[in-house]
Design a protein around this ligand. Sequence first.
Ligand code: G4P
Length: 532
Amino acid sequence: MSIKTEIEKRKTFAIISHPDAGKTTLTEKFLLFGGAIQTAGAVKNNKIEKTAASDFMEIEKQRGISVATSVMTFNYKNKLVNLLDTPGHKDFAEDTYRTLTAVDSVILVIDCVKGVEAQTERLMEVCRMRDTPVIIFINKMDREGRDGFELLDELEEKLNIKVRPLSWPIGIGKTFKGVYNIFNSSVRLFDVNKTKVAKDVVEINNLDDSALDDLVGHNFANDLRENVELIEGVYEPFEKETYQRGELAPVFFGSALNNFGVQELLDTFVNIAPAPLPRNTNTREVIPTEEKFSGFVFKIHANIDPRHRDRIAFLRVCSGKFERNKFFKHVRLNKDVRFANPATFMAQDKSVVEEAFPGDVVGLYDTGNFKIGDTLTEGEEMMYKGIPSFSPEIFKEVINKDPMKSKQLDKGLQQLTEEGVAQLFTQTLGNKKIIGTVGELQFEVIQYRLKNEYAASAVFQSMGFYKACWMTTTNKAKMEEFVRIKQTEIAVDKDGNYVFLAPSAWMLRMAQENYPEIKFHFTSEFKVGMGK
Ligand code: G4P
């Protein structure tokens, strides 16, 4: 098979949601449809339990298991689907953001009772940064949720994207009867079926058919007719191109748990989702069909169990063909490297891959050569763009408890930062080291790993910063002035960029007002010149 055919077959995506909206359940149903698993429950067992939130060792253990599902590959309707797993635990949100740089599209799951939640907004912001195409699945329609039109309005308003329903629910909660597929004008009624793929579906190809009244009752049939008419009147016709540009999100309704509407979603997904897309590097755009291989590392998983001290770097193939045992150039280190056991992971099975194509993800065993964002090529000097850092939520100063071990501490902090466990900022005044994370859990992880892997001992002291802001300016003198005046709130990130550690939302607003020449950003990369 030619590289072009391989690429056209592939759909690489992630399912994202606010915790509890139904990501794991939907993932599992997709895998059932794709024949990758036989029974429900297989994915669920890999999920990081919410109850273990205070026990990071337990979470690490579960995270270890979840390496197995880092990439779930299955075939569906002649397409090869790569589903990249994202951690459900909110403290690992940064992992999710990075994984989003390695996909070509996403499916966003919304709970119909709760609507748009905090994490939904964040995740969508990340998708909007690179115009990632989004399909929305409104889940849990078997519950007494909110009105469909109200939910659509909320999605448009809060997520800053145009939406277009492609299916519509018949009834809701106790009276939920199924979904009408607007995309191909058919009605499917489902049996409640939690474990198997629903088979007994009734198709009606014309909404005016009186058979619809017989099946769902006159009132529901009429409601549906009215709603669909309203949708056709209010929303513009669905266009694949607008979706693929990330400007329009098609919306489906269903219930992942009961397998309502999941097949419609998956069928449409494989039909409209983009195949691997071109990606930007610091020198040029790379097209997937290029003959020469290139790819980048978007995630590093370190096993903190001292008996299995392995690290796995996850590489997304962007162009050409990745091959086992072939030498590739590690651009940052200017070194040739090859991999004897590149792996794919699926349902507890690790298998060695001989070759991989654009859109695929391979796991590379690593002894410390990789950091997030590293690029491999066949010799070309270029680095993939688009692995931004996001402003942490919690900031703490690192206090060294063992002055004899400060070298070890520095090394440990540097390596953990490179793995993406947390971000490290160094205050310009006084050289204080500040760790920034999205969750408290990371501090436990860091402390434990510093002790066990680097023999360094550190404690953390809270610092009341609100956000880390990366800065750009057109006026260098003003920037220098700002950095001088704000000394105590200025730090540098791992790449040596200045960061303003804003003490509060109000102080940030003041800075923005007083220094209009400076732009403050909540990520280390900005829309201007971004990847894709
Ligand atoms: P997440 O990965 O987004 O965090 O969500 P997950 O799939 O784990 O789903 C969260 C909860 O919502 C689970 O219940 C799950 O069974 C339930 N759920 C998912 N889809 C639907 C749906 O369509 N309808 C209804 N009514 N519930 C749904 P749980 O009680 O937390 O877990 P479990 O004990 O059922 O496994």
